[in-house]
Design a protein around this ligand. Structure first.
Ligand SMILES: Cc1cc2nc3c(=O)[nH]c(=O)nc-3n(C[C@H](O)[C@H](O)[C@H](O)COP(=O)(O)OP(=O)(O)OC[C@H]3O[C@@H](n4cnc5c(N)ncnc54)[C@H](O)[C@@H]3O)c2cc1C
Length: 438
């Protein structure tokens, strides 16, 4: 790896939201970054092919999925990178969430202002947003090596290096290895020294994304509510199930999410989803029937890890590898981006000779905030799964707390790094024990 301003060499495993966010911010701070990603190619999709073939997304993108929402806490970082205009063009702009009980009674209308707390949210297709960030990383000259499967990790206190082993047998070393290898992280076992066992959450989620016009959403009087006035976001909540339906790009693209309790088997079948909503507001079945196909995701939960850092402090986990989120938190990718930004600042302030201190200070800064955010997702899921017909009011809000969304990870890291690092050096290093996932 070549030298850079700080001469801190960082290898990042995984080019998802966490890995790319970390790489971009490390590059901005003058660290020397190499990203290795096991997928061969993240295809840039042309306008003609995007969305219309949902299955194509599943095969092209290991990162999979459909809609993703980046809150203003991530939005202010993306805007700082100069990506606002490009993201705004591909995202949905529903002005409000119209929330109903499962029979269609309106519970409340929640305004969704953007900007809020000084920054925009970005809600769009996860592969397209990811593509904007990926291309930005490439434009900065970040070395991203695709088709590189990391099969092992190592660290050496004597040489003060850590590194990775690729499936080709090649060994690479750096001052710090950042494992952003997602929910099925292999690095997690290396860091913990044991295999962490995820638990089934008891929930599954069906998701679909398709073109409104191609599927006749805009010409069917039962479903045109989703597109006739531009972008819209509708929700229905019941006992142990909720459904969200939204449109993006001026009502042209539709996203459909059913979040249900139970045990579901892949692949998703539209008939199974229709069975769930057969007693529901007829608009639900009508929208679901328009989807050409859907994905069935089983949601698993991990209890908080006791640490995200290896013994020497030269290998660490970020993003879903460290702290997977329930979709109802609407924060997994935003927190992944915050992780990388905070780490890049910590490395700058600690310097090349104190990389382990940077890692421990970074973890101490991030640990409780991430957990608070995860717990908020559990609370939202629970309140959305106990709605009765006839319920009304703001108690069912999608939470938009200032502590979460007004946050600037970069400014925060600069302001608390010295105090946190000093505390670690003087009093030792201990993380709080955190509440398990429900
Ligand atoms: C159904 C669902 C809905 C969600 N909705 C939202 C939402 O609306 N808003 C939100 O903010 N979050 C949402 N999330 C969470 C969000 O998707 C994740 O938190 C986020 O994508 C995590 O990014 P990551 O980079 O940590 O992991 P990933 O995106 O999984 O990236 C990991 C990368 O590492 C690579 N990799 C893995 N192993 C290796 C290896 N051995 N060698 C090299 N590379 C490797 C993978 O190929 C992949 O590219 C949702 C999650 C789910 C399951």
């Amino acid at each position: 790896m070549s030298e850079s301003n700080t001469n801190i060499q960082v290898i990042i495993v995984g080019a998802g939201y966490a890995g790319l966010g970390c790489a971009i911010e490390c590059k901005r701070k003058g660290h020397c970054v190499l990203v290795v990603e096991k997928v061969d190619e993240l295809k840039v999709l042309g306008e003609a092919s995007w969305i219309s073939s949902f299955d194509q997304f599943l095969t092209i993108f290991a990162l999979t999925g459909d809609v993703i929402s980046l809150g203003p806490n991530a939005g202010r970082i993306l805007a700082r990178w100069g990506l606002h205009d490009e993201l705004w063009d591909i995202c949905g702009h529903a002005p409000e969430l119209r929330l109903h009980d499962y029979q269609g009674g309106l519970i409340q209308v929640q305004p969704l202002p953007s900007p809020i707390f000084g920054a925009h949210s970005y809600n769009g297709h996860r592969a397209l947003i990811h593509d904007v960030i990926f291309r930005h990383a490439v434009s900065l000259g970040i070395d991203i090596r695709m088709g590189q499967d990391v099969v092992d990790y190592w660290e050496d206190d004597d040489t003060q290096k850590a590194g990775i082993v690729l499936s080709s047998g090649e060994k690479l070393e750096a001052d710090l290895v950042v494992a952003a290898d997602g929910i099925k992280s292999q690095a997690r076992q290396y860091v913990l020294g044991y295999r962490d066992q995820p638990r089934p959450s008891g929930y599954a989620i069906y998701r679909a994304w398709f073109e409104a016009t191609e599927q006749g959403v805009d010409t069917d009087p039962v479903t045109d509510f989703l597109c006739k006035d531009g972008d819209a976001l509708y929700g229905w909540i019941g006992q142990d199930v909720h459904m969200l339906a939204s449109s993006a790009r001026g009502g042209k693209s539709i996203s459909d999410n059913n979040y249900v309790a139970g045990c579901w088997s892949a692949p998703g079948h539209i008939e199974e989803v229709l069975e769930i909503v057969k007693e529901w507001d007829p608009r639900c079945a009508a929208v679901i029937s328009k989807a050409p196909s859907c994905v069935d995701w089983k949601l698993i939960v991990h209890d908080p890890l006791p640490t995200w850092i290896s013994k020497t402090g030269r290998l660490l986990l970020i993003g879903d590898a460290a702290h997977p989120f329930l979709p109802s938190s609407v924060q997994g990718a935003s927190q992944a981006i915050e992780d990388g930004v905070t780490l890049a600042v910590a490395l700058s302030l600690a310097g090349k000779d104190r990389v382990p201190l940077a890692a421990r200070t970074w973890e101490a800064i991030r640990y409780e905030r991430v957990r608070e955010t995860q717990l908020m997702g559990e609370t939202t899921r629970d309140k959305w799964h106990r709605a009765e017909v006839g319920d009304k009011g703001a108690g069912f809000d999608l939470p938009m707390p200032e502590w979460l969304l007004a946050f600037d990870a970069e400014a925060h890291a600069y302001s608390v790094f010295d105090g946190t690092a000093k505390n670690i050096m003087e009093n030792g290093y201990q993380l709080p024990s955190l509440k398990a996932t429900s």
